[in-house]
Design a protein around this ligand. Structure first.
Ligand SMILES: [Zn+2]
Length: 75
């Protein structure tokens, strides 16, 4: 099932992006970006830290509450 997310600003199709930043502790940003107007909507941020020999992953959901009101169209 394909899922389309529409831009809350202009109604255009939004594309899902994954972006990694940082060195020792990495942040992985998951977000939607509108291909028409460039509007960005954060979905999820994962913070990955190295602690001794373990890897710690913390999930931040910065604007999760904003994701629900937008239009999700299922085909
Ligand atoms: Zn847009």
């Amino acid at each position: 099932m394909e899922q389309r997310v529409l831009c809350p600003r202009c109604g255009g199709n939004m594309t899902y992006f994954i972006e990694v930043e940082g060195g020792n502790s990495k942040r992985v940003h998951y977000y939607y970006k509108c291909v028409v107007c460039g509007y960005k909507l954060d979905d999820l941020v994962l913070v990955v830290r190295r602690k001794d020999r373990r890897i710690e992953i913390e999930a931040l959901e910065p604007q999760r509450q904003l994701v629900y009101p937008i239009n999700v169209v299922r085909k």
